[in-house]
Ligand binder design. Structure first.
Ligand code: NI
Length: 139
């Protein structure tokens, strides 16, 4: 959002203990004000909710690790990624050790497609952990 956007002020009530814990989070994460921290939390909640509902266009990163010895994991990952070539902008691969690989994909497209891709990758035997981090340019 640009600095010239009009803003509206709202009052929010907190229990003292919750406010104290929130202030400590605001400070430890280096936010200049409570307002900026609250706006970020609201944006995050909106994006997550829209991805859950499968609406809108998103961009983000999908990070996952897998054991390349397990089953047919290499072929399955390659086939799945080619099926989603329109949503995958970039891939990288790091050989973590003798067995484990790390891949990071930069993904962009309809949130329903990105969510499907993420679910399908995480479901492949051999993939041990995967996390999608998404955002969008207008929020
Ligand atoms: Ni590898």
């Amino acid at each position: 959002m640009g600095a010239t956007m009009p803003v509206e002020r709202v009052g929010v009530s907190f229990e003292p203990e919750l406010l104290e814990r929130f202030d400590s989070l605001v400070s430890s994460q280096g936010y200049p004000s409570r307002s900026e921290a609250i706006r970020d939390l609201i944006r995050k909640a909106i994006i997550e909710s829209e991805v859950e509902e499968g609406s809108g266009e998103v961009i983000g990163t999908l990070t996952f690790i897998y054991d390349h010895h397990e089953g047919d994991v290499n072929n399955r990952l390659i086939n799945l990624q080619h099926d989603h070539h329109q949503e995958i902008l970039f891939t990288t691969h790091v050989h973590m050790d003798h067995d484990m690989c790390l891949e990071i994909l930069i993904v962009k497209g309809p949130s329903v497609e990105i969510r499907n891709l993420t679910d399908n990758i995480k479901a492949i035997k051999g993939v041990k952990h995967g996390e999608l981090v998404i955002t969008r340019s207008s929020i």
